[in-house]
Write a protein that binds this ligand. Structure first.
Ligand code: ACO
Length: 330
């Protein structure tokens, strides 16, 4: 059996937080944010919208487009760093309940911005080992719930949203996900971290007073490793599969920063029109960023059945990975 990506869907909350809105909240300005990041606006979920609500709406689209009955889904995996609940139940379980499913294996993974590439690696393994047949994978984030809106170094970057895909078993090799490479190095953990509310710094008054529940990032140090790793990731997976960037129809890098995407794109000589760029309107949505970008390209007709997509991600952990995925949907 081969694993095939049969559909893509996404959902973004309606509320827009622009750079001009942020100017009123912290000491920053639109010009700085656009020049350093390429971000103009991001979406923010409402108080009563949880990560699972975003993931559920993205999942509905992916299921409809895969042309399967939801009862055919036999595994749900959600990648998120902003789950509905800190420990349990998982966001995947919440999405499963919202879909009306009752007897389906469901769990979350935490791989920060590399979440969607990890999901593809997992789904591919479950299918190739003949364990599951139709897997719903979701990258969903309500990053606004773990963002400190008094910290100008992080609050300008992040947004909320979700993307989902159906990965199904197929006997047709031409539809198959070609390859996934994913890795991690926990020695860089403190460069991009949410220090509080876990077992290390539990939910206690003194930790909350220090705002440890929010994301902290040493942006400049992360930037340098991100460019290097995202570039070497792509070179490695193309070489391993005896391909060049000319064989790739669409390049979908993690949408963290326009300058990072540009640096990688230029080094690898990908044409700009083949490269996904949605960071401008959504900011960094972590595990949701790649499927949201893929969905936008699909909806605008830039991804068609049979196209070879190259995914490339880097995030907290550090985690990183790349994937060569043929679009097997309609
Ligand atoms: N507005 C205005 N000035 C600012 C702001 C702001 N919002 N934030 C920082 N500055 C100032 C700094 O204080 C600094 O001032 P100084 O020179 O007087 O000290 C100056 O701007 C430059 O700051 P840097 O941090 O060096 O800016 P840099 O060019 O590195 O851009 C950024 C910062 C956008 C965060 C960039 O480093 C970045 O994108 N890093 C990588 C992010 C990333 O890829 N993360 C991985 C995935 S995320 C995940 O896994 C959840």
């Amino acid at each position: 059996m081969y694993a095939a990506l049969k559909s893509i869907g996404s959902y973004v909350p309606s509320r827009v937080l622009s750079n001009f809105d942020l100017e009123k909240m912290v000491d920053t300005n639109n010009e700085w944010i656009v020049k350093r990041t390429g971000i103009k606006e991001r979406r923010i979920a409402s108080e009563d919208e949880a990560t699972s609500d975003l993931g559920y709406k993205a999942a509905l689209k992916a299921i409809e487009r895969a042309d399967i009955d939801k009862n055919e889904i036999d595994l749900i995996i959600c990648a998120t760093i902003s789950p509905d609940y800190l420990a349990m139940p998982s966001t995947a379980c919440m999405i499963s309940a919202k879909l009306g499913l009752k007897d389906v294996m469901a769990f979350d993974i935490s791989a920060a911005c590399t979440g969607f590439v990890y999901l593809i690696a997992l789904a591919k393994s479950f299918i190739e080992s003949n364990t599951k047949k139709n897997i719903l994978i979701i990258g969903a984030e309500k990053l606004s719930s773990i963002t400190d809106y008094t910290d100008r170094t992080t609050c300008i970057l992040f947004g909320d949203g979700a993307g989902a895909a159906i990965i199904s078993a197929t006997e047709d090799k031409n539809e198959a996900i070609v390859d996934v490479m994913a890795s991690a190095d926990g020695n860089y953990g403190d460069l991009l971290i949410t220090p509080g509310c876990g077992s290390k710094n539990p939910i206690r008054k003194e930790n909350l007073e220090q705002n440890l529940q929010y994301m902290k990032m040493k942006g400049n140090e992360v930037f340098k490793v991100a460019v290097k790793t995202l570039t070497s990731d792509v070179v490695a997976i193309l070489e391993k599969n005896s391909l060049t960037s000319k064989d790739v129809d669409v390049f979908i890098p993690h949408q963290a920063n326009y300058r990072i995407i540009e640096a990688v794109r230029t080094k690898l000589d990908f044409p700009v029109e083949k490269t996904a760029l949605s960071v401008e309107k959504y900011g960094n949505t972590s595990s949701a960023s790649i499927p949201m970008a893929m969905n936008d390209l699909y909806e605008s007709g830039q991804i068609k059945k049979g196209d070879l997509m190259l995914l490339d991600a880097f995030g907290g952990g550090f985690t990183w990975g790349s994937a060569l995925v043929r679009f097997a949907g309609n």
